[in-house]
Design a protein around this ligand. Structure first.
Ligand SMILES: [Zn+2]
Length: 291
């Protein structure tokens, strides 16, 4: 995990599957993920070591469900339906011994956002899955009590910050080639994964189709409705700014973008911004612009 922290800038950047092959333990190569399967159970260890969820493009059926359950926690499916399958036994051992695992979450073909350490805090045998949490001591508790409501909010918030936000960001940055959609600026440190319509706190990971890679200025301008993007991917700048005279940021960064198409869009068609979502935000921009 320390090696992975260093490779991912403390877990803030995704890692390519092939780069994981560089990892060595005691001078020997040691696979951090299983290339064929979701569950990595090294022969020398009694328990599972890492789990993996592959990336699915928008509109494709997801092999695993990343939506939090009623308790706010995530789930990880068994391998198949046999509780005694060696990989399921290996996951159960990790749960019983409260061992930390690494979860490699796909954000593109062969590209993973790792989140770690995670713990398996309970097993839901009837649904063929384990309950995943960030704290080993927080076993899944009975829902619907007042204390549980507060705990659920806490768990949801933690999942959002530790898994959903990094996965959304990594997916959007990969889809846009780490460039601002409006001005094509290439510096990841200056780029955000912006939501077209605000992210709901209850849902799972926001789809890349509700995302835009935007530099900090264009992100703030979009959120404040200074800059609008219509459903045909054309940028508009609020009218009062077009009449203003100021320095290069206003002149080049904003005014000259007016009436121009987005400079960067995802290559994969189904990852491009959802036109209905753009229309919702565009309506708010257009109504402010005319007032
Ligand atoms: Zn920009």
């Amino acid at each position: 995990m320390a090696w992975l922290s260093a490779r991912t800038n403390d877990g803030s950047l995704p890692v390519r599957g092939e780069d994981l092959a560089d990892f060595q333990f005691d001078g020997e190569r040691f696979a951090l993920v299983d290339r064929q399967r979701g569950i990595r159970k090294p022969a020398a260890l009694a328990a599972a070591f890492s789990i993996r969820t592959v990336y699915t493009q928008p509109g494709q059926p997801r092999p695993y469900d990343d939506l939090p359950g009623v308790d706010g926690r995530l789930r990880y499916k068994w391998r198949g339906t046999d509780p005694q399958h060696p990989e399921n036994v290996a996951l159960r051992r990790a749960m019983q011994h409260r061992l930390p695992l690494i979860w490699f979450f796909g954000v593109g073909q062969g590209l993973y956002q790792p989140t770690f350490p995670v713990y398996l805090v309970a097993e839901e045998v009837a649904r063929h899955q384990f309950v995943v949490g960030y704290e080993p001591e927080l076993a899944a508790a009975a829902p619907d009590s007042p204390v549980e409501a507060a705990l659920r909010r806490y768990v949801l918030q933690e999942t959002k910050v530790r898994l959903h936000q990094p996965v959304f960001r990594a997916t959007v940055m990969r889809a846009y080639g780490t460039r601002c959609a409006v001005c094509s600026l290439r510096h990841g440190e200056l780029l955000d994964a912006a939501h077209i319509v605000p992210d709901s706190t209850e849902g799972g990971i926001a789809s890349v189709t509700n995302g835009l890679a935007l530099c900090r200025i264009h992100h703030a301008a979009y959120d404040r409705r200074i800059l609008g993007i219509n459903p045909d991917y054309v940028v508009h700048i609020r009218h009062d700014l077009l009449d203003e005279i100021d320095g290069p940021m206003l002149e080049h960064g904003l005014k000259r973008r007016h009436g121009q198409p987005l400079m960067v869009l995802p290559e994969i068609g189904r990852e491009r911004p959802d036109r209905d979502l753009l229309a919702q935000t565009w309506e708010q921009f257009a109504s402010r612009g005319s007032s």
